[in-house]
Design a protein around this ligand. Structure first.
Ligand SMILES: [Zn+2]
Length: 287
């Protein structure tokens, strides 16, 4: 799959029945960060984002199909579901296309140097500047055991919290929507993480209870997160105090990057996650 094919797949949602489609902002290198919305704009809203880690672009393919499935089946829901269809387009473009003349010669040299001289960008996690967006959020920033402090294909926390354009785009959007729950899609492992360490006991129990429902519908194991820092889910947990899950799709035994060959299986297991999550949070806030 090329980046153009990846992008066209996202853009194929535009104009589908019952879906609103638009652009949240642009990446550092100017790529659109697309979103879509299904349902009502009143009531509880949830946000589902994907591919904040570049090599995990399979997660974007999954959420695109989740949105398409809602458009096709048109279930009646209370509230609404936002999808941020790819949070890190610059990184995904590097994974899928590598270095091309889309980058000026100096930038080509810089990207190659950040990738340790390797022309294969298939394991790249970061954005276009070598910052790992899912450790850049202001939530115990810089305290992770895997964190690194220089530009890299993955795990560089950035020069300061929330420094990256893509992170700021997600933060501004999330603060605007005020979601009742969020889900971040990653690969791989077929597990669901919940429970950032700053949560109090009541919120931890709440997140566990909803997580169990997501576990039942996917068949994925629910795991309490340990030592996660600087991620979108971490930031949502800390800042908004609402349930925030990180779902890892794809067989753990497959090597990164997982490709479109794994889409049918991953989608089948995750197709009911959006509705299940919204219904679960509706049930709690109604009581
Ligand atoms: Zn990831």
């Amino acid at each position: 799959m090329t980046y153009q094919e990846f992008k066209s797949n996202i853009e194929s949602l535009k104009g589908l029945p019952n879906l609103d489609f638009g652009i949240l902002g642009n990446s550092t290198f100017g790529e659109p960060i697309y979103y879509c919305h299904y349902g009502e704009y009143s009531g509880n809203q949830i946000i589902i984002e994907a591919a904040i880690h570049a090599r995990e672009y399979l997660s974007s393919l999954v959420v695109v199909e989740q949105a398409r499935y809602l458009s096709d089946t048109s279930p009646t829901i209370e509230g609404g579901i936002y999808f941020v269809l790819c949070s890190n387009p610059d990184g995904v473009r590097l994974v899928l296309d590598g270095i091309t003349e889309a980058y000026c010669p100096k930038l080509q040299e810089i990207l190659l140097a950040i990738n340790n001289g390797n022309t294969d960008f298939g394991l790249w996690k970061a954005n276009g500047l070598g910052v790992d967006l899912n450790v850049n959020f202001d939530a115990l920033w810089g305290g992770g055991s895997q964190n690194v402090f220089c530009v890299a294909p993955g795990n560089f926390v950035g020069y300061y919290p929330n420094s990256e354009k893509e992170v700021l785009t997600l933060i501004q959007f999330t603060e605007l929507v005020k979601p009742a729950l969020t889900i971040s899609y990653h690969t791989k492992g077929e597990v669901i993480y919940y429970g950032f360490e700053v949560l109090n006991e009541d919120n931890l129990q709440r997140d566990f209870d909803i997580g169990l429902q997501l576990s039942q519908v996917t068949g994925y194991e629910l795991i309490k997160t340990i030592a996660s820092t600087g991620g979108y889910s971490d930031w949502v947990s800390q800042k908004l105090q609402v349930p925030a899950y990180t779902i890892e799709v794809g067989n753990p035994n497959l090597p990164h990057p997982l490709t479109e060959e794994n889409l049918a299986d991953a989608f089948e297991k995750n197709k009911d996650v959006p509705i299940t999550a919204l219904n679960a949070i509706n049930a709690i806030t109604a009581t």
